[in-house]
Ligand binder design. Sequence first.
Ligand code: NAD
Ligand code: WQD
Length: 335
Amino acid sequence: MNILLTGGTGYIGSHTAIELTNAGHHVLLFDNLSNSAEKVVERLSQIAGKNLTFVYGDVREAEKIRKILQQYQIDAVIHFAGLKAVADSVKAPVEYYANNVQGTINLLEAMQLADIKTLVFSSSATVYGEPDYLPIDESHPTSAVNPYGRSKLHIEEMLKDVASSDSEWRIACLRYFNPVGAHQSGLIGESPNDTPNNLMPFLARVATGAYPELKVFGNDYPTSDGTGVRDYIHVMDLAEGHVAALEYLKEHRGWHAINLGTGRGYSVLELVHAFEAASGQNIPVKFISRRQGDVAICYADSSKAAAELNWRARRDLADMCMSAWLFQKKTDSES
Ligand code: NAD
Ligand code: WQD
């Protein structure tokens, strides 16, 4: 298939591009480079052993998207493009809704015009809000606690309406838990353009000495060591999940929400210790107060993905840390 990846040079998009190419698909990377760099395209071509096509642009440019869909005879779209920093979304909600929601509306209009009705959307475990029970399955009630989360929920609901309006649509909302790690080559990984908000990329920079310590947000949660627990999933497992979702949509019409997680949680300190073991570096930590909006524990019931997509996360925490460390070292040695 010819597959358009919006946000294709970003963290998850770039890793998915490799897995799709390995599975025999042709990918077109589309990105405005607001949180990624064009050099990713060269890296991807190096890993894939063939040139991947990149088009610079914004999903809010409706006409451009429409042209691309036709020009490249696109069969399906994976929609990664969007802004994802929770704190920024609180400060700039209009920007978040414009990028995420308006961007998706433009994409859907262009897809309708081009009669392309297969879509995989990057959703998030954030749509579950504060968990009522654990592990979180797809029937868990949804709610949003910040504009970023609300943008994901609005989009999911919009997509549900689209699928109900026309039975030709095939839409998968993949609810990612906490993606971490990098491709085994160390050539691509999570490389935010600003100071990292998420734990793993910050941790990796403490290990290199770029930051003096990791600030741990709260050690008074009702968990084994008092720090927050999350379902960290290797980005290459996540990438494989997208290939499986496209296969699934070949046989299934309608709207589907599917968790992509491992089904088990690790605390912040467990991740820190795993990273120390993988990197051989000491990671100084400082406990500070809880971060507003954080939940104590969050992990997936991943049985639907196993049953429907025939997909399971295979890589362990050591793998996640080793690959993230390899990528960080390579990135540092080049700068
Ligand atoms: P990322 O920032 O690395 O990738 C997103 C890409 O989209 C970037 O390359 C950025 O330049 C591009 N982009 C942003 N707005 C755009 C626009 N208007 N037009 C074109 N390109 C645009 O983030 P990621 O971690 O790869 O996340 C991909 C998707 O997955 C996002 O939608 C995010 O909300 C979602 N998600 C991420 C996580 C996570 O923890 N990384 C978890 C759950 C869901
Ligand atoms: C993980 C754990 C923190 C940084 C976020 C979004 C969510 C989704 C994934 C997109 C928590 C702790 C973190 C630090 C710390 N993204 N932490 N010190 O908050 O689970 O999820 O990313 O959809 O929507 O909210 O991920 O990596 O920020 O935090 O102690 O410097 O690490 O408190 O327990 P989170 P995270």
